[in-house]
Design a binder for this molecule. Structure first.
Ligand SMILES: [Zn+2]
Length: 416
């Protein structure tokens, strides 16, 4: 059974249901869904007498949890050896077809919300509207349109170049008019764009402040791409809402700044470290042993970490979220913390916690069922047996074993 588009009324039961923002285990739990929304959640025995009979579905020895949220992807990148060239070469219709394919593969893997942090032009808006209208299957899309960058700066080819603070303010207002949900600003250079330096700020402090003030004035959050320690500090001090990558690249190797981590914790700046399937790769761009120690120190300081993959960049497949989540345990996060980072905390960071990210009455019916118990076995997330997005059944069936993504063979990837 796949891709049924009717919503209707359902009673889904499973041996374990992870309820509420605390992901509390309900043994022999049940979720009642009607018209795309969770109406009741509780123990199966207590929901058995519901007045409105629903289509009943028992997942058995499985765990039902909130649909996953990947807080950092690029649907317009193809995850091949040279995603930038492919994006630059493709016509709009080819880009849209690629983005739709990637979105569908993420949904099938249980990712019911995706924050796309940079597409070409406004194509993310086009796809978001098609998905919301039910024209094509896909997760809920949270969009930025063109990331704000400097002239020929990181990801300039997406169309968001700004020469000065006035241009930054104008771009923020234009993105708002074009339907962007939030603003992405490339505070430092990146690994994927020639002639940009990941360790160095691209924008002045005043330009970053202009972006944040203009966006906040319009009710939009700001996600800041930052690798370099100087740029990370600037972004946090100027009040961005989420920090992307946060690799602490300094002048000589990695330079972690504990006082900036403390500031992140105090200001509740969420950090999406884009830990993906390639993070442990010894040939990768950043040494994982060092980086995971920095991330552990941030966690200990009280910094809120959320899940995201940078999917679409070299060798980071869109459907492979589960592989990166497993690696987050290297930071010292418990399985429950990792699940929260990919659901309830991610929803809060994205400003959509009133809609999704936990299972409670009134929330969208974004549901993921996996065989076994991810609270003791995160790889269970690789095997969705049930996916529902906004009350629409996406997938229900037996466990299919995915081929794990390639790791350890490529020099590139892991971070953009
Ligand atoms: Zn990215």
């Amino acid at each position: 059974m796949t891709a049924r588009l009717d919503t209707g009324s359902w009673l889904v039961t499973a041996d374990r249901v992870l309820a509420g923002t605390g992901l509390q285990v309900l043994h022999h739990g049940a979720v009642h869904v009607a018209d795309g929304v969770i109406r009741h959640i509780g123990r199966e025995a207590d929901l058995a007498t519901l007045p409105h009979p629903a289509t009943r579905l028992d997942l058995g020895d499985a765990t039902l949890l909130p649909g996953l949220i990947d807080a950092h992807v690029h649907l317009g990148f193809d995850a091949g050896p040279d995603p930038v060239s492919v994006m630059r070469r493709q016509h709009d219709d080819e880009q849209l077809a690629l983005m739709a394919r990637n979105a569908a593969s993420m949904l099938r893997a249980g990712v019911t919300t995706v924050r796309d942090l940079g597409a070409r032009g406004d194509l993310d808006r086009v796809l978001a509207d098609r998905i919301a209208a039910g024209m094509v299957p896909g997760p809920r899309l949270v969009t930025v349109t063109r990331p704000i960058t400097t002239v020929r700066g990181h990801c300039w080819f997406m169309g968001g170049e700004c020469a000065n603070a006035d241009a930054v303010a104008e771009a923020v207002r234009r993105h708002h008019d074009h339907g962007a949900d939030l603003i992405k600003i490339m505070v430092t250079g990146g690994f994927m764009t020639n002639r940009t330096a990941p360790g160095a700020p691209q924008f002045t402090r005043a330009e970053v402040r202009t972006a944040v003030e203009t966006a906040h004035g319009l009710g939009m959050r700001v996600a800041a791409h930052a690798h370099g320690t100087e740029g990370i500090a600037m972004a946090v001090e100027e009040g961005v809402d989420t920090l992307e990558h946060c690799t602490w690249v300094g002048r000589k190797g990695l330079e972690f700044a504990p006082h900036i981590a403390d500031l992140m914790a105090r200001r509740e700046t969420y950090v999406c470290p884009t830990v993906n399937s390639n993070a442990r790769n010894p040939a990768g761009r950043i040494d994982w042993r060092q980086r995971s120690r920095h991330l552990a120190a941030m966690r200990n300081a009280g910094v809120r970490l959320i899940g995201g993959t940078d999917a679409g960049i070299e060798h980071i497949a869109h459907h492979a979220y589960a592989s990166g989540l497993e690696i987050m345990t290297d930071i010292g996060m418990t399985h429950q913390e990792v699940l929260a980072a990919a659901t309830t905390h991610a929803a809060t960071a994205l400003g959509i916690a009133d809609r999704t990210g936990n299972l409670a009455p009134g929330m969208a019916a974004d549901l993921l069922g996996v065989a076994g118990n991810p609270l003791t076995d995160l790889p269970a997330l690789h095997h969705p047996t049930f996916v529902m997005a906004r009350g629409r059944l996406v997938h229900h069936g037996s466990v299919r074993h995915h081929t794990p993504p390639r790791t350890g063979t490529n020099r590139e990837g892991a971070l953009s």
